[in-house]
Design a protein around this ligand. Sequence first.
Ligand SMILES: Nc1ncnc2c1ncn2[C@@H]1O[C@H](COP(=O)(O)OP(=O)(O)OP(=O)(O)O)[C@@H](O)[C@H]1O
Length: 447
Amino acid sequence: MKNTSSPRRIIRSGDANNDHNFAGTFPKKKTQSVLSRFRAAVKKLEAVFFCQKKGCSNTDDADERPASQVIEIPSASTDNSTGSSSKIPVRFKHSYSSVSFDSTRSQAGTVIYSLEEISKATGNFSPKNILGEGSFGTVYKGKLKDGSFVAVKRAKKEMREDRLFAVFKNEILTLSKIEHLNLVRLLGYIEDGDERIIVVEYVGNGTLREHLDGKSRSELEMAERLDIAIDVAHAVTYLHMYTDRPIIHRDIKASNILITEKLRAKVADFGFAKLASEDPGASHVLTQVRGTVGYVDPEYISTYELTEKSDVYSFGVVLVELMTGRQPMESERPIKERITTKWALQALKEGCAVVAMDPRLQRSPASIEALEKVLRLARHCLAPNRKSRPSMKECGEVLWGIRKDFREKNNVRAVSTAHYSEQIDVRKDNRDMFGIEDGESYEFRSA
Ligand SMILES: Nc1ncnc2c1ncn2[C@@H]1O[C@H](COP(=O)(O)OP(=O)(O)OP(=O)(O)O)[C@@H](O)[C@H]1O
């Protein structure tokens, strides 16, 4: 997701071609039934995938974005990054590969909408229905015939066809495999002429970044921030552990976390996601570096090796954002504060984490304790060596503990506050009873 201040994407080009494009196009017979069109599409993609596996083609990675949206880091001249896969150190305990599809599962519940239907739903893509702009294109709010709301992601026309197809396909195929309360649900898609549209669940309360920037109606207190962190941890744990093959999101960031009316979180934007190999022994995939500046695992940048721990690193950055309210990089700040993770973890180290606490958060012993614990977990997630980082599941468990302690301590406070307000109420009753005006001094003596 993107707003004007959102960080830029990284694409590191020219390295191993272990990633593959989805080439080809969907069939376009409009008379076909919705389901049979989707099946045909998946079959075609499977054919391409198997062809790639046999070495028929070795195209570049799927998810290039337009040049204006990405940073291209020149490929390193070291032997693992010359662009020749033969020079890449083959350290695959197991290998991750490009997406393969389970045609029966991936179709479940997905609808192929007609352009007319979606055009109508969005008021002919009216600017007043624009929810935001991303590197893929414009996102509109749509209202379907049944009255339900959807988010309509319409790809930019000027995007190069093959690149666009790849991003589009990656998002559809990844989303069609998943179903979790904390992940934005794919509802359907459109491929019609040069139109590429993805229809997803509408999440109506903005992004986490907007909330942290104070651009939304509701303030996020510590309790809500802990809930959101847990929701994201659950969503990513599900991607890493409970799908048929692990999925690495590769772009976990505050602007890709959508907030519901109840202030819970849903992770969105699967344009960069990757599926793991079917080989259960594999430990990583060699791939072009994708992600957003400030969130990308430095070990992934330097080795090109992608594992689930790269998502854990990005999650560590999000934890720091949640506690400080700041963006990962703030160039207007004094030098020491420009890289938010560094600044906040230094404050933690010096025993003054509260200095880095979001000024919007209420200060209480319970919230300061939660802040310190979350920053400690973030430090763990941000470990330079991925082996030292916790799994996403462990992050979720630690956060559960933090939330439990916070709630208990907060409840104690709430109870004592309630007791205090009860006393105040009693006093007020007594005032009323004795007709004493507010502000007048009074004294009650026990009988
Ligand atoms: N499901 C949704 N429900 C409601 N609003 C959404 C939804 N998806 C996206 N948006 C809005 O549209 C904006 C752009 O989203 P989009 O996913 O296109 O960005 P993006 O392509 O991920 O950006 P980038 O790729 O540059 O990170 C978001 O910031 C958000 O405000």
